[in-house]
Ligand binder design. Structure first.
Ligand code: TRP
Length: 341
């Protein structure tokens, strides 16, 4: 029996943080190790260019950083095809064909792209590539005929747009070669973890992230800066658990333990200082992050091997993509020279 393909990816615009880890990477490793899937994980450099076209060095540097993060959390190139988007030439071709099956009005309605345009303050200068990246993302997913796409909640509109494009394509060219994918979304509470400053979103641009590559001292320093309860000043003051980032992280990294329940009770009652509470969180984070960090450092000793791994993954991914593209060209009827020498 052929296994279901899952495909997902990340834009290489920096190192990955613990928000990526709990929201996505952890689950990818579980899906990988279940043996039920044929997993594809893509470093989406082409997509990173849609808003970083003038900073190719950042993208190039981030490529190996993201690959190291993947290996560090347990993605295994023997089980998961780890590859680089720009190396799959069929993606550019499929994107071009898709571009004619979607309207500008439809693209304008994509709520995630709308929000990103606001955030990035493009004003009147939205790069056309950025505006249309959901189309290229549809190509990413469908060229591999992926059934499952594990992504954050903000990617739901991309999956919907992909499904529409599959229907339009199959309909326009009287075929059924393309497959409608389904999103696989994070468990409640894990999709978006707050930054250390209490901002609703951990992100590189907000400077409030804990990275998988951070050393132990950096993690501890970040926890010490963490937003708690501004009204909890003296140790004996009653404090709030709700909205307190330390407790939010404890609920994620040490879920449903008696220790955390006790800490919550004591904090609410009064008598638990922020420092003591934070020391506990530092221990909890360390037990999860230390092995990841150590594996990351070991892999970082041999960058040429990382590049080789990405090349091998890209070669394999290209074979799968080319097989789909052959059928795509035939379905559209642009296989003019088939059979000719
Ligand atoms: N848009 C995704 C992100 O910003 C990255 C991505 C590109 C992706 N192509 C994809 C995710 C295909 C899933 C499937 O994180």
């Amino acid at each position: 029996m052929t296994k279901e393909i899952y495909l997902t990816g990340d834009r290489p615009t920096g190192k990955l943080h613990i928000g990526h880890y709990v929201g996505s990477l952890k689950n990818r490793v579980v899906m990988q190790n279940s043996g039920d899937y044929d997993p594809f994980v893509m470093i989406a450099d082409t997509q990173a260019f849609t808003d970083n076209a003038r900073d190719p060095k950042k993208i190039r540097d981030s490529l190996t950083e993201v690959a190291l993060d993947y290996l560090a959390v347990g993605l295994d190139p023997k089980k998961t095809t780890i590859f680089v988007q720009s190396q799959i030439k069929g993606l550019f071709e499929l994107t071009s064909y898709y571009m004619n099956l979607v309207t500008v009005a439809r693209l304008q309605r994509n709520p995630t792209v709308k929000a990103e345009i606001q955030q990035k303050s493009f004003g009147e200068s939205i790069p056309a590539g950025f505006f249309t990246y959901p189309v290229s993302q549809a190509a990413d997913i469908t060229i591999f005929r992926a059934k499952k796409v594990p992504v954050g909640d903000d990617q739901e509109p991309m999956i919907e747009q992909t499904r529409e494009l599959v229907r339009s394509f199959n309909n326009a060219y009287h075929t059924d070669i393309l497959v409608e994918p389904e999103g696989v979304f994070p468990e409640k509470g894990l999709g978006r973890i707050p930054g250390i400053d209490g901002d609703a979103k951990m992100s590189k641009s907000l400077g409030n992230a804990i990275y998988l590559s951070d050393d132990a001292d950096t993690v501890a320093a970040k926890v010490k800066q963490m937003y708690t309860d501004p009204k909890h000043v003296a140790v004996d003051d009653p404090g709030h658990v709700e909205g307190n980032v330390v407790f939010t992280y404890l609920d994620i990294f040490d879920p449903d333990t008696k220790q955390v329940a006790d800490l919550k009770a004591q904090y609410t009652h009064g008598g638990l200082g922020d420092m003591k509470l934070k020391k506990y969180l530092i221990e909890v984070l360390e037990s999860e992050l230390k092995p990841i960090r150590e594996r990351r450092m070991a892999f970082a000793q041999d960058i040429p091997a990382i590049l080789q791994m990405l090349k091998d993954g890209s070669d394999h991914a290209n074979k799968i993509a080319e097989a789909t593209m052959k059928e795509v060209r035939q379905a559209i009827g642009v296989n003019y020279f088939a059979g000719l020498k």
